[in-house]
Design a protein around this ligand. Structure first.
Ligand code: LLP
Length: 437
């Protein structure tokens, strides 16, 4: 998919670059991003909204993959940006991302983070709870500013996905409950809170969602609340943000919808629910993360040791693992992979791909058919663009991999590989201890 293909040498090529050459030049593990595919996906979302005739804003949820180059690309494509921490906000601002197109999420924004966002003049805060509402209002008054806000509500929608990434159900740490009246109370409070200007509602029902029913149900509940807010609470709403969560294909059998299908279902549901209540159509906001970057990322590893347990299993180890991709360990996520340097060869055996960390749970792929992998072969694991680099760790004191963007035969290093000394950057030795000479 994207610009990936197998070249004359039988090597995997992405963005016109031979992945075995990338592995050679930049080392492994290496995250390779198909820049063209990211841009095309951004445009697919925009085209879908253009057809809806609604006002819209597409925010890329930067938690999926946040680096300066990615923020820059998103800015170039005309999208907005969601951040959930001072770190993401800082990355965006330093890349030159326009502050007014940044939205700030999170269930426990700290006073320091709020201060940073207020001073930067970001577009909107998505307020999650009463504590934040009060804190933000007071801090905005103090700073002589008005914070534009949406309220995040929990619409009580259950979606079929892993429970750790499902967020719209009632028993969730996020947002104001619709079911028990908290959402209405929050609207009334916000309307009367100095320092904030409430302009709409937000909900995010979960991630890696394959159907549109959950969005439709959430939209109906949001429309009820939107109507009530305007008619009973004196609110003046213009925006409705229905979150992200659009699924992608990680493996055979995954059947997500295309960006335009999600957008069409959402815009049609909004038109229908708002027309039904005689409400003006809102500006519609979505915030996809995974679907914008997930499919465009491929991780390259070098094969090392292997272990065969006769009659049971063959383990083949790579020089990375749960440190660069914690998703299999966290969510039992499954991935597809090939040998990038022998991409034309037929699979001859079933193996399991192990990481190099010191724990048994550090497995990247269970039971995959591959040609017999030898040391120094390059393994390419697909669809690792979202929540891999952004969730990477230094466990076992492994250095985090480099990231390259490839396009039209050109590769640009956008994140350098960490060095061993980078690992020590923040370490201090108290004077009473003796430094090793
Ligand atoms: N908006 C909000 C408020 C969110 O909490 C999230 C994701 C998104 C948008 C973007 O969702 P997406 O389009 O990427 O599905 N680490 C997990 C995913 C956690 C998602 C958290 N929130 C994973 O690796 O699957």
């Amino acid at each position: 998919h994207g610009t990936s293909r197998i070249n004359e040498k039988g090597h995997l090529e992405i963005g016109g670059c031979d992945t075995t050459e990338l592995a050679e030049k930049y080392g492994t593990p290496l995250y390779v991003y198909d820049e063209q595919l990211i841009r095309e996906t951004c445009r697919a979302y925009k085209d879908a909204f253009e057809k809806s005739s609604l006002r819209y804003q597409i925010s890329y949820a930067s938690k999926a993959f946040c680096t300066m180059a990615m923020c820059k690309l998103v800015a170039e494509e005309g999208l907005s940006l969601d951040v959930v921490s001072a770190g993401e906000l800082h990355t965006a601002l330093k890349s030159g991302f326009p502050a007014e197109r940044i939205h700030f999420h999170g269930n426990n924004k700290t006073p320091d983070e709020i201060e940073y966002a207020l001073q930067a003049g970001i577009g909107e805060f998505v307020v999650d709870n009463f504590y934040e509402l009060e804190l933000l209002g007071a801090m905005a008054v103090e700073a002589g500013k008005t914070a534009v806000i949406l309220l995040r509500v929990a619409p009580g929608v259950e979606v079929h996905t892993h429970e750790y990434i499902s967020t719209g159900q009632q028993d969730s740490k996020f947002g104001f409950d619709i079911a028990n009246g908290q959402a209405k109370q929050a609207i009334q409070t916000a309307v009367n809170t100095k320092g904030v200007r409430l302009v709409g509602l937000h909900s995010h029902i979960g991630s890696q969602i394959f159907e549109t029913e959950g969005f439709a149900t959430a939209i109906a509940r949001l429309a009820d609340l939107y109507e009530w807010a305007q008619q009973e609470a004196g609110a003046r709403f213009t925006k409705l943000n229905v979150g992200g969560g659009f699924g992608i294909r990680y493996k055979e059998g995954d059947e997500p919808l295309a960006p335009f299908e999600y957008v069409q279902a959402i815009t049609e549901a909004i038109k229908a629910e708002f027309a039904l209540r005689g409400l003006d159509f809102p500006e519609v906001m979505i915030e996809p993360g995974r679907s914008i970057v997930g499919p465009s990322g491929t991780t390259l590893y070098t094969i090392g040791s292997s272990k065969t347990i006769p009659g049971i299993r063959k383990y083949v180890a790579v020089n990375g693992g749960m440190t660069d991709n914690p998703r299999p360990a966290l969510y039992q996520s499954e991935y597809e992979a090939i040998l990038a340097n022998r991409a034309n060869e037929k699979p001859t055996e079933k193996v399991s791909i192990a990481g190099k960390c010191c724990e048994s749970g550090d497995m990247l792929i269970w039971d995959i058919e591959l040609p017999e992998a030898k040391p120094n072969d390059v393994l390419a694991v697909f669809c690792t663009g979202a929540y891999n680099y952004s969730m990477a760790s230094n466990y076992n004191r492994l250095t985090r991999p480099a990231v390259v963007f490839v396009k039209d035969g050109r590769a640009d290093l956008v994140v350098q590989r960490e060095t061993l000394d980078d690992l020590l950057r923040n370490d201090l030795l108290p004077e009473r201890m003796h430094a090793v000479k």
